[in-house]
Design a protein around this ligand. Structure first.
Ligand code: CP3
Length: 364
């Protein structure tokens, strides 16, 4: 068994302090990242293990977080399938997948051939990280990836995948299936290369009502999780992040993940009550709270801790990724505060008090 508090929390074991890390903890809000990024494109940074390792470690050094998430992107597996993906800085797919023939032509690549640089970065990271810091791998969920590749990139309203699924459900199913198969093999390869936990990002799960979630999202995520667990003998906990999908709460637990990452819209006490005690939760501070003055940010963090309660199985995180321009110092102080607040003999997790902006919370 590992010593990393993050992994202990994923397994709902007691922890020395509440583990904390952040989605998108590496990126443009960090000056160290911007300095490297001036000399290399985002894709070059993902494809060069030296740079990917360095950027993965930047937030670990600067923030004191309990987990390192591989620096990469959910669309990195697309090229091996035969889909070109560019970043400007958001994703751009110059030749969107919109016909049955295009879906039929997609490959399910071997990760060692398609993304050797990711696996190399993970091997090096595992050697460099101390035992108490967990190494987290990740991939995109089929539904979210399909939205990008059918839409042609990011969009305000993703409508093209839904249209495709109505017009040719069989081809749509085949697309989701190929994306799932590709990313299942990818997660297995990441775990074999040293990832100790993996997170499946379903950023656009909230586009669907619960019935469509059960139809288009759940079976693929379920199958991915079951296959990854069986291929790796359950070596790595699996986190599923279905953003804005609480309307499908009744289905969420059925995915088989060890941890559900909850966005900021759903209070963690409600999540815990609804989901029951046999699944861990991750989250869920609103990323925008990092722009608040420190006393208010601290109060908001305490409210998250209080709602999560003291039952084992909570990992502190944001409800989505860190926003660009977030003050690094606020993130660093937040990590320190969560650790201190949740350490036995520290200040404990008292219930949240009513807070007002600017009140000098607990100055004494
Ligand atoms: O969390 C981490 O620090 C690891 C790195 C990571 C990135 N993308 C780096 C990145 C992870 C885990 C992702 C996942 C990802 N990528 C998701 C799921 C999580 C989420 O945020 O919802 C999605 C939807 C994508 C697709 C994607 N890639 C988008 C929407 C963007 C634009 C984001 C932006 O901030 O403009 C990217 C590009 C990207 N991915 C950047 C980074 C650091 C910015 C690239 C740059 O430096 O120019």
């Amino acid at each position: 068994m590992s010593d990393a508090p993050f992994l202990q929390a994923c397994r709902r074991q007691p922890v020395p302090h509440r583990p904390v890390w952040f989605m998108r903890q590496a990126g443009r809000y960090m000056p160290e990242y911007r300095a490297l990024r001036e000399r290399a494109s985002f894709l070059d940074m993902c494809r060069n293990p030296d740079l990917a390792v360095e950027v993965t470690l930047q937030p670990v050094r600067a923030l004191g977080v309990d987990a390192a998430i591989l620096f990469s992107d959910i669309l990195i597996t697309m090229e091996g399938m035969g889909i070109r993906a560019e970043f400007a800085p958001g994703p751009v797919i110059p030749d969107p997948v919109r016909t049955r023939a295009q879906v039929q032509a997609l490959r399910v690549p071997d990760p060692e051939e398609a993304v050797p640089f990711v696996l190399e970065a993970l091997r090096r990271l595992r050697r460099e990280l101390p035992r108490h810091i967990a190494l987290v791998g990740f991939c995109g969920a089929p539904w979210t990836l399909a939205n990008y590749v059918v839409e042609g990139g990011g969009a305000k309203e993703f409508t093209r995948l839904k249209r495709f699924l109505y017009e040719d459900p069989e081809a749509g199913e085949m697309l989701l299936h190929k994306l799932a198969a590709t990313n299942t093999a990818y997660l297995v390869a990441q775990i074999e290369a040293g990832a100790q936990a993996v997170q499946i990002f379903d950023t656009w799960a909230g586009l669907l009502d619960p019935d469509d979630f059960a139809r288009w999202v759940l079976p693929h995520v379920q199958q991915m999780i079951a296959e990854v667990k069986s291929a790796t003998a359950g070596a790595a906990p699996i986190v599923y992040f279905a953003r804005d999908a609480w309307s499908a709460a009744a289905h969420l637990k059925a995915c088989g993940a060890d941890v559900l990452s909850i966005d900021w819209r759903t209070p963690l006490d409600l999540a815990r009550r609804t989901l029951g005690a046999d699944i861990a939760v991750q989250g869920n501070l609103d990323p925008a709270a990092l722009f608040a003055p420190w006393p208010l940010l601290q109060a908001r963090a305490d409210a998250v801790l209080a709602r999560a309660g003291d039952t084992p199985g909570h990992i502190f995180n944001l409800g989505h990724g860190i926003l660009p321009e977030t003050p690094v110092d606020s993130v660093r102080r937040l990590v320190e505060h969560v650790h201190e607040r949740s350490t036995p003999g520290g200040r404990g997790t008292a219930p949240p008090r009513p807070h007002r902006s600017g009140s000098p919370e607990e100055a004494a």
